[in-house]
Design a protein around this ligand. Structure first.
Ligand SMILES: CC(C)(COP(=O)(O)OP(=O)(O)OC[C@H]1O[C@@H](n2cnc3c(N)ncnc32)[C@H](O)[C@@H]1OP(=O)(O)O)[C@@H](O)C(=O)NCCC(=O)NCCS
Length: 214
């Protein structure tokens, strides 16, 4: 068993990261493999992501997962809202019986800084500026920004989002006492709404999640 991180956000919502160390057969004992994932490593990541769901909520009905045209997985019954991400040897998931959710993990990498012009609006750099003179923090916060937007993308679930225009940081980044990073965003695909993304950095891994509704 390799649960790397868990966080009970509230009674209804739980978040976790799984370190992938087992062979495929371990996951296949529990996870029905419905979609053809031809690449063995991607299949392992896919299986580990699914495996994590009942690890977080014991009664999660894995066999009922459907996949929308947008590739968002969902439960028709809405017994749980959930979101999955994989990166390297890690899989992350968030599950909630009440809230809409999105999660993303990313390995911290300079590749993301190199493409940051594609997903950061110039207004966002104002909020990031205080931190950007520190190279390591620059790398980590830019990765967190990318991860935050991917989490919002999954929370929204309908695709067709412009990462610079439709989701923008709307205020300064702050830190909680437990080192959780708090990022206020405005989501502008339709009437603007405020969503708060929370994030953590574990060494070379960035995790971001968003939930809305009680
Ligand atoms: C869908 C997307 C968010 C996945 O992110 P990723 O970093 O490639 O991969 P992750 O491992 O984090 O996430 C994959 C999981 O996301 C989930 N997912 C896929 N499409 C989704 C969608 N439309 N909504 C919600 N969740 C989705 C699935 O659970 C998938 O895993 P699974 O197939 O094993 O179940 C990403 O591929 C994407 O399309 N991003 C938008 C791209 C874009 O518009 N970029 C422009 C800015 S430069």
């Amino acid at each position: 068993m390799a649960l790397f991180y868990t966080h009970n956000i509230n009674e209804q919502t739980k978040l976790g990261i799984w370190r992938i160390e087992e062979p495929e057969a371990f996951y296949l004992e529990k996870v029905p493999l419905k979609k053809g994932v031809s690449h063995p490593y991607k299949r392992l990541q896919h299986l580990a992501g699914r495996f994590l769901l009942p690890t977080l909520k014991e009664d999660f009905p894995l066999e009922e997962i459907l996949v929308a045209d947008t590739r968002k997985p969902f439960l028709e019954s809405e017994k749980y809202h959930f979101s999955i991400s994989h990166g390297g040897n890690f899989a992350a998931a968030i599950v909630s019986s009440t809230s809409r959710v999105g999660v993303d993990i990313e390995l911290v990498s300079s590749r993301i800084v190199a493409i940051s012009h594609k997903f950061l609006h110039h207004s966002e750099k104002v909020f990031l500026n205080d931190w950007l003179h520190l190279t390591k923090v620059h790398l980590e916060l830019t990765t967190v920004m990318w991860s935050a937007k991917e989490a919002i993308y999954k929370w929204y679930g309908h695709g067709e989002l412009d990462f610079r225009q439709h989701m923008q940081l709307s205020g300064p980044i702050t830190f909680k006492a437990d080192e959780t990073i708090v990022l206020p965003f405005v989501f502008k695909k339709h009437e603007p709404i405020h969503v708060t993304v929370e994030a953590r950095i574990f060494d070379q891994l960035a995790l971001a999640w968003v939930m809305t509704g009680s």
